[in-house]
Design a protein around this ligand. Structure first.
Ligand code: NDP
Ligand code: 8X3
Length: 256
């Protein structure tokens, strides 16, 4: 088993949902954390909580993954003790809107593409060379069931998650001659702030997504992330699709 004690874990989008729950789960295992997101106050509160509960050492950074120059300069300027990142959790992501393609907002498309694809690429491009130099590391991308199937009005969001799937597979090939592991965790419905963000704060619309079904919790997803990170070094969990019971696919959901 891979022991996570004192491993350095860099989590993007640690201020909410899956990223936040993963931070707690890694902290519980004794890891040191680099916590990144735009909402720095939330990260500061989380770092305090983790220090109190688990004596976690955490480095908090206000980082928008879509700002290429900030991403690379943050990684380049990391103090030596934080530079040997063992695990990169590429989690920051969002959906905006649920519209027919010909009626969709180009601004929404740009935001999803810039965050879910380009942001993940910028972070990966900055961090992975450090892992290659040490011939050690693990990249865990958060994809989605939407990276395997497309649903009506999900057009561009689904395209971004299909891109994450392709990037993950390509990366695994490119790193095949190293000890670095590459994983994608692909959840179905998980109740986080995801739908609130998609519907721009419309709480009723967001709640309706999870009506009559017990969705995954962010802790359920974090549990799978920890599972993949703790396998023995010779084992790669390449991809894991995680669904709540009563969800069979993006479109087939049995609601009470
Ligand atoms: P949340 O909205 O709860 O969390 C999203 C996180 O991403 C926040 O911490 C947010 O931080 C961060 N984020 C968004 N944009 C940026 C940015 N430009 N720069 C840095 N951080 C950013 O949703 P989830 O936890 O559900 O989402 C996490 C990942 O899981 C996403 O990639 C999503 O696509 C994926 N996913 C979610 C599913 C679900 O049903 N919830 C299912 C499948 C996949 P801040 O706003 O502070 O910057
Ligand atoms: C997020 C979940 O249902 O939009 O990836 O595919 S869903």
């Amino acid at each position: 088993m891979t022991n996570l004690k004192n491993k350095i874990v860099f989590i993007t989008g640690a201020s909410s949902g899956i990223g936040l729950s993963s931070a707690r789960a890694f902290a519980k295992k004794g890891a040191k954390l680099i916590l990144a997101a735009r909402r720095i106050e939330r990260l500061n509160t989380l770092a305090k909580e983790l220090k109190k509960n688990y004596k976690t050492e955490a480095l908090v950074v206000k980082l928008d993954v879509t700002t290429k120059s900030k991403v690379s300069s943050f990684i380049n300027k990391l103090p030596l003790k934080w530079k040997s990142i063992d695990i990169l959790l590429n989690n920051a992501g969002l959906s905006r809107g649920l519209d027919k393609l010909h009626e969709g907002s180009i601004k929404d498309w740009d935001e999803m593409i810039n965050t879910n694809i380009k942001g993940l690429l910028y972070v990966s491009r900055a961090v992975i060379p450090l892992m290659v130099k040490r011939n050690s590391g693990h990249i865990i991308n958060i994809g989605s069931i939407a990276g395997h199937e497309v649903y009506p009005k999900g057009n561009v969001y689904c395209a971004t998650k299909h891109a994450v799937d392709a990037i993950t597979k390509g990366l695994r090939m490119d790193l095949v001659d190293t000890n670095i592991r590459v994983t994608t965790i692909d959840p179905g419905m998980a109740e986080t702030e995801f739908s609130k963000v998609r519907f721009r704060g419309n709480v009723n619309k967001a709640k309706a997504v999870y009506t009559g079904i017990k969705p995954l919790t962010p802790e359920d997803v974090a549990d799978s992330i920890i599972y993949s990170a703790t396998r023995p070094e010779n084992v790669v969990i390449a991809e894991m699709i995680l669904l709540p019971n009563k969800q069979a696919s993006s479109m087939v959901v049995h609601r009470n």
